[in-house]
Design a protein around this ligand. Structure first.
Ligand code: NAD
Length: 428
């Protein structure tokens, strides 16, 4: 888990400051972009199944909307903090800009643990969250989506509450809805596939065939499972995956040297992405400590769980065989770790580029909602591939041309686009 001293917002600002120096941004612009434009903090009272009342804390941070309506997920997490939401809203601004979609950056969250909440209690949290913010989100203002421990059902409850309050149909107010109820085909796999499109291109640039490579994943949830699905279909071999064990309150790594089998692992995984360790042992997996995913002798590492996983303490332990890290999770690598990865010569595809497939497909979902006409899965995924591949090469070429670390190159492109929009509007 994240250490208690780790603050993602401080890290997001540190990353921004470094690029602001590089771009020689003026003070006013820096001040505007270092903090969210707007923040909402509120209480969500819920009558629990046993008749008692509990009050949950909810947030929405709207970092910047100069390029279009805010966009960003809602997390349900017991350790959620407003600083995490602030950081994530900022990363959303850069993410939408780096893949060049006309949206800004937002993020939301509720401090709660869905593991210990009934579906009814979760529904009341979703509806309560929307009631608190119904005047400040809209298809033209700020559009939420699923994130850690929230899913299509949560989004549909939120949509329903929003439409009940406003009295009209607004399918574009929220994305990640179920297919057939305003959702887009391809959205479920979009983030994981997007991560793997970037890996595919990075391997191509290096003249490496995917079928000769191995990978290790942290997390076995939405992002990791679909990234692994595409990786398997490209011929790659996954050696290890790690996941959180709710019963033991710790993480484990599941390793099979001959290659993990996605279908088999999915069959023993709960809806939160937790792998059953007893069944994994029966299927011949080694069950190792949670951190073991990071020290495997593989070509590719995919952190796809939490922030602050590759830090000053863990980065040195990464095998010299690792050539590539594609960040499925948001903020998995700290600035200190970045320096170590640079020294090790590892090609890092930064989070806000690598995992931008989700928001890109959310954007496609909105476009389809606006037209009230829906594309086929193939159409969605081919448009997604095109967007991700274009963005990857823009960043990679700038990194090569200016001899920049990939994260800095991605920031330069994204921040420049946002600054340009703010300046064109006359904000700074
Ligand atoms: P998820 O809830 O579906 O899965 C999370 C996975 O991480 C689970 O397998 C869980 O067991 C595992 N995990 C949790 N704590 C762990 C730990 N300490 N060690 C090892 N594994 C642990 O979430 P997701 O949607 O796959 O998101 C994963 C990451 O990707 C998050 O950082 C999220 O913000 C980011 N992300 C998700 C999307 C998306 O579309 N889902 C888009 C962009 C970024």
């Amino acid at each position: 888990m994240s250490s208690s001293s780790y603050n993602p917002y401080e890290m997001a600002k540190e990353q921004f400051d470094a690029v602001a120096d590089l771009l020689e941004l003026d003070e006013g612009t820096r001040e505007l972009l270092r903090a969210p434009l707007r923040e909402y903090h509120f209480s969500i009272p819920v009558r629990m199944d046993d008749g008692s009342y509990r009050v949950f804390r909810g947030f929405r941070c709207q970092h910047n909307d100069a390029r279009g309506p805010g966009k960003g997920g809602i997390r349900f997490h017991p350790q959620e903090t407003v600083d995490t939401v602030r950081a994530l809203s900022m990363w959303m601004t850069w993410k939408c800009a780096v893949v060049d979609i006309p949206l800004g950056g937002s993020k939301g969250g509720v401090i709660c643990d869905p593991h210990n909440l009934s579906p009814r209690e979760q529904e009341l949290i979703c509806r309560g969250w929307v009631r608190q913010i119904a005047q400040d989100i809209s298809p033209l203002r700020d559009v939420p989506a699923p994130d850690v421990m929230t899913n299509a059902q949560h989004m549909l409850w939120m949509l329903d509450e929003f439409e009940a309050i406003h009295g009209n149909k607004y399918p574009g107010v929220i994305t990640g809805k179920p297919v057939g109820k305003g959702g887009s085909l391809g959205r479920t796999e979009a983030t994981g596939y997007g991560v793997m499109y970037t890996v595919r291109e990075a391997l191509k640039e290096r003249g490496i065939k995917p079928e000769t490579t191995t990978a290790s994943f942290q997390g076995f949830g939405n992002v990791a499972q679909y990234a692994m699905e595409l990786y398997e279909s490209m011929g790659g071999k996954t050696i290890a995956v790690s996941s959180w064990d709710q019963g033991d309150q710790t993480s484990y790594t599941f390793k099979k040297e001959s290659g993990c089998n996605l279908k088999e692992l999915r069959g023993i995984t709960d809806r939160f992405g937790g792998v059953d360790k007893t069944k994994a042992k029966e299927l011949g997996y080694e069950v190792l400590p949670g951190e073991a995913w990071l020290v495997q002798d593989v070509d590719i590492l995919i952190p796809a769980a939490l922030e602050n996983q590759i830090n000053a303490a863990t980065a040195e332990k990464i095998s010299s065989k690792v050539k590539l890290i594609s960040e499925g999770a948001n903020g998995p690598t700290t600035p200190e770790a970045d320096k170590i990865l640079q020294k090790k010569g590892i090609h890092v595809i930064p989070d806000f580029l690598a995992n931008a497939g989700g928001v890109t497909c959310s954007y496609f979902e909105q476009v389809q909602n606006n037209m009230n006409y829906y594309w086929t899965r193939e159409e969605v995924l081919s448009k997604l591939d095109q967007k991700m591949t274009t963005a990857y090469y823009e960043v990679s070429k700038l990194a090569q041309r200016k001899k920049l670390f990939m994260r800095d190159a991605a920031y330069v492109i994204a921040i420049n686009r946002v600054v340009e929009a703010c300046k064109a509007r006359g904000w700074v």
